[in-house]
Design a protein around this ligand. Structure first.
Ligand SMILES: C[S@@+](CC[C@H](N)C(=O)[O-])C[C@H]1O[C@@H](n2cnc3c(N)ncnc32)[C@H](O)[C@@H]1O
Length: 371
C-alpha cells in the first residue's frame, strides 16, 4: 500500500535503505514537510476525519480555562505567564478558555499566548478564531515547544500526544522484536517483524509470548522538556488524551479517515494515525509532581460541567437544550468519552493540589443514550 505520493516516497526510501520503524513511518505520514497529514489537512470537525471535545461543546474549553486561571491564582499570579497550547486545532478550546476567563482580574493582562502547531491551514483557523483576543494578548506561533520563551508556564494539550510517533514490539519465543514497515515483492508497504531482538528490550516489560508493547519516545522527550520548564520557572500542564489501562502494553496504533477506521499503511498523508497515550510514562519522564490520570468524565464533573450545562440551558431554546444535554453525555458518559479519554496534570508541587483529580466514582445518574 503505497497509494499516495507520500506512500511512494516512503516505499522508495525503504527500497534504498531497508525497513523503517513504525515510528519513522508515522513521523513521515503525519509530519512530512509537504505531504504529511498534519501539514496540509484540516482534520478536525464534521467535514474532516474526526471530531474532538472542544468541537463538541464550548463547556470543554470554558472549564479548562477556569482550571488554568485557578492554577494561575494558586501560583500567586505570576506575570508574565506563558499560556501554551500544543496542537490547538481550530483554536476552539483556547477561544472558549479565554472568553470564560475574561472576568478573572489581572489574568489576561499577565498572559502571553504560545500556540504550537505545524499545520498552516490550522494556524490560519486559529488566527481567525482568536482574533478578538490576540489584539490584546501577545501571541506567537511555534513549530515546537522548545522555542517557547522561559518563564512560568500554563500549558494545555488536548489530543496532541496521541499523534506523536510510536514504536511497536511483539514478544516472540526469542524475546521482544520490533514491528517494522518494509515493502513486498510489488513494492507495496507492508508490516513485518525485525529479524533480531530489539535493543529496546530493556525498556519493555516481562511478558508472555505474543504480548505487544508500544513506546512513544517523542512523547517522553516532550514531557521531560515540559517538566524541565516547570522545574525551572514554575507552572502547570494539563494533558488530555486517549488512553486505556493497557497503554504501553498493547498495540494501539490506529488509522482514521473520514470518521472511519482504516489500515495504518493505507494512503499515507491522507490518513490520521494515533496511538493511546501512556500517561504513566509521561508522568515519570516529566520528573515533576503529577496528578491523575483520571477519566475525562470525573475531571469535568469535578470542574462543574453539570452545573455549567444547567446555566447554559436556562437561556437556550428546547432544541439547543437537547444539544447541550447530548454534548454533556458525549463528553462525560463512561461509554463515550468519559473514561477512554483521561487527564493528567503536571505541576511544580509548590502550589495547592489542582481541582479535578479526586477520582470520584463514575456517576450512575448520567444517561448514556440521551439526545
Ligand atoms: C487531533 S488535532 C487536535 C486539535 C485540538 N487540540 C482539538 O482538541 O480540537 C492535533 C493538532 O495538533 C497539531 N499537530 C499534530 N502533530 C503535531 C506536531 N508534531 N507538532 C506540532 N503540531 C502538531 C495538528 O496540526 C492539530 O492542530
Amino acid at each position: 500500500m503505497s497509494n499516495t505520493e507520500l506512500g511512494g516516497l516512503i516505499a522508495r526510501r525503504i527500497a534504498l535503505t531497508g525497513p523503517i520503524s513504525l515510528a519513522d513511518f508515522m513521523a513521515e505520514a503525519l509530519g512530512h514537510p509537504r505531504l504529511g497529514y498534519y501539514r496540509h489537512a484540516t482534520p478536525v470537525g464534521a467535514a474532516g476525519d474526526f471530531t474532538t471535545a472542544p468541537e463538541i461543546s464550548q463547556m470543554f474549553g470554558e472549564l479548562l480555562g477556569a482550571w488554568l486561571a485557578e492554577r494561575w491564582l494558586a501560583m500567586s499570579r505570576p506575570a508574565p505567564v506563558r499560556l501554551v497550547e500544543l496542537g490547538p486545532g481550530r483554536g476552539t478550546l483556547m477561544a472558549d478558555a479565554l472568553r470564560a476567563t475574561r472576568g478573572v482580574p489581572g489574568f489576561h493582562a499577565a498572559l502571553d499566548l504560545h500556540l504550537v502547531d505545524t499545520n498552516e491551514p490550522m494556524r490560519a483557523a486559529q488566527r481567525s478564531v482568536l482574533q478578538s483576543f490576540t489584539s490584546t494578548v501577545p501571541t506567537a506561533w511555534h513549530e515546537r515547544f522548545d522555542t517557547v520563551p522561559e518563564g512560568p508556564l500554563l500549558l494545555v494539550a488536548n489530543e496532541f500526544f496521541d499523534a506523536l510517533p510510536v514504536r511497536q514490539f511483539h514478544r516472540t519465543s526469542r524475546g521482544w522484536v520490533e514491528r517494522m514497515v518494509g515493502i513486498d515483492e510489488n513494492g507495496a508497504l507492508r508490516l513485518a517483524l525485525a529479524p533480531g531482538i530489539t535493543p529496546f528490550a530493556k525498556l519493555l516489560p516481562e511478558a508472555a509470548v505474543d504480548a505487544e508493547a508500544e513506546i512513544c519516545e517523542a512523547g517522553r522527550a516532550l514531557a521531560a522538556a515540559i517538566g524541565n520548564h516547570i522545574a525551572r520557572h514554575g507552572g502547570w500542564a494539563l494533558i488530555i488524551d486517549y488512553s486505556g489501562e493497557t497503554a504501553g502494553r498493547a498495540a494501539s496504533l490506529q488509522a482514521v479517515r473520514r470518521h472511519q477506521g482504516a489500515d495504518i499503511l493505507d494512503r499515507p498523508g491522507e490518513t490520521d494515525l494515533s496511538a493511546h497515550v501512556d500517561f504513566a510514562a509521561l508522568a515519570k519522564a516529566s520528573g515533576v509532581a503529577s496528578f491523575g490520570p483520571v477519566g475525562q468524565g470525573t475531571f469535568l464533573r469535578e470542574l462543574g460541567i453539570a452545573e455549567r450545562s444547567e446555566t447554559l440551558k436556562r437561556k437556550a431554546s428546547p432544541e439547543q437544550a437537547r444539544t447541550i444535554d447530548a454534548a454533556l453525555v458525549r463528553l462525560i458518559a463512561p461509554d463515550q468519552m468519559g473514561t477512554l479519554f483521561r487527564v493528567l496534570a503536571l505541576g511544580d508541587g509548590k502550589s495547592a493540589p489542582p481541582v479535578g483529580f479526586s477520582d470520584l466514582p463514575s456517576s450512575p445518574d448520567i444517561p448514556s443514550d440521551a439526545t
